[in-house]
Write a protein that binds this ligand. Sequence first.
Ligand code: BES
Ligand code: ZN
Length: 647
Amino acid sequence: MKNTPLKQRVLVLSLLITLSSCSKTDLDNEQATAKPLQQSPEQVLAKQTQAEKQLSDIDSGKDYHSYANSEDVQVRHITLDLRADFNAKKLTGSAQLTVERLNPEVKELVLDTRDLLISSITSEGQALDFELKPADENLGAALHIVLPQKSNVITVNYATSPSASGAQWLTPAQTAGKKHPFLFTQAQAIHARSFIPLQDSPLVRVTYDAVIRTPKELLAVMSASNAPDTERDGVYEFTMPQAIPSYLIALAIGDLEFQAMGERTGVYAEPSVLASAAAEFEDTESMLIATEAKYGPYSWDRYDLLILPPSFPFGGMENPRLSFITPTVIAGDKSLVALIAHELAHSWSGNTVTNATWRDLWLNEGFTTYLTYRIMEMIYGEDRYNMEAVLGYQDLQADIASLSADDQILAIDLRGRDADDVFSNIPYEKGALFLREIEQKIGRDNFDKFLLTYFNEFAFKSITTDEFITYLNKTLLVQYSEELDSDRINQWIFQAGIPEGAPVPQSDAFVNVDLARKQWLEGIVEAQKIETSAWTVHQWLYFLNNMPDALSEQQMLSLDKAFSLTASKNNEIAHSWLMMAVKNDYQIAFPRLYEYLTSIGRNKLVKPLYRELSKTPEGKAFAKRAFDAAKPGYHPLTVSANEAFVN
Ligand code: BES
Ligand code: ZN
């Protein structure tokens, strides 16, 4: 806690005291009732000791994933001038950083970089001394720059590497139009440093402007002001006047066109995808209006979507003013648009109130997942809300069954680990369920009021879990002292599993699906006879996801024959069905599986398939064939996430 301000040290200590005083009660509670997912008292004790140890030496508010000396000096503004060279797969140019010295004695500026080629560093035309330290596998290489005496403006001239972890350069063949290349960046969690030398920590916020130079026929867009009617001349200018964390800096270049969806919303996509995307996501403007009505004015001017090629490794990324979206959710029936609600919701929970470190990601994703459900309910009604909440809850249960106890903690200990290790259903669904419990205890209207004030209080700030708890202690815990207590809150945040008595989402629409599955499994009803004509995509997902692991070839065949599941065009249904195909070695679906794995790079869809395939030698051999064929088109993150399954 060497460099921690006193306030934070006191906070950590008081938290420790709270936690040690709550452990006994929780231990007693856990002993009283034995639940399948709960651990023995010894395990609970071991876990708590670990949680306590964790709290005692984690420096809350310290970003363990950045080398930046941001307690002494902070970058406030970045001016980029970059040329995209599609032949060399490089961005080349300069980043001019304007810094503020918080400590007048500070002598150097330490930046994060990864695989950057630094050619020179100057200030007012004078060369500055610098040293690029050896690279760490997770964190990249620290760049130490001797600060000039007077000036606060430093220019780094550099080029990115073709294998930059935060950028994917696609050949024309990997795009929808097949004629032009494409580039996109993905900075979260710590990949901005692979295309800009900066203080790559969510604790630091910067404004930025940029000039991006591209081949004339292409259009560049950024997480900044984009003029939809800009002339296509190969030189594009951007400004982001609001201070944002580095993980939200984003750039894409391609054969892009724009179509408006509403007054403040529109979509950028390759021409052949544009109309279907605009139709699929036409409710975006209503979502924006509904969210503002509940949680306060939208802070970011416009809200546009950018549809990426299918290799985009995530479902979506909440880059401010311009969410990046996978094309795999264009299903033709708006069944997968919760993703848009999710990325939009980040405009409040995440982009305005931001996690201070990656340990605190649940503050971004848990709040956003909670908001997503609420937006979906406002736009599509309660049935949809309930169905999506049940499916999310089941994803959470699956992760609780498979993740280690330490990885089930909302405020996860990520020291010495890859920042991307935090990505699971824990920050998302466990975080959202925690908020749902508070909502149910104090009442929805009251909780909405709390959220509105919380978003205002911390707007454009980065906060830690501990700061959030302090805020809760001052607000809800005082206002609703009957309904809430801090032991319970600490249990949610610092312990594994789902606390006993947590809300369990339910959906009436799934009752008849359970019945149909049961009757079919018992041989009472044939697949063709199940009345599925009115089933929604969510009912199909629930039907498939809850099948027993082992089915006979005959059973797989009868499902496929009745419902053409191998041919499903819905990428989520196809995913669920292909998981069943792998588990049951249903070879008829394997050509489709091969096509799926080689045409989609969204990690959430492909990784579980690779993992399942890797469990048998034949499956692994098949996975390797698909992976080798797909690898040139996969994003670096998808490659690294799946490589281990095929080797
Ligand atoms: N910000 C995340 C994506 C992310 C998280 C990237 C952590 C890197 C590290 C984005 O908002 C997200 O949550 N995407 C989900 C959407 C889903 C939960 C609706 C995804 O991509 O699957
Ligand atoms: Zn998210």
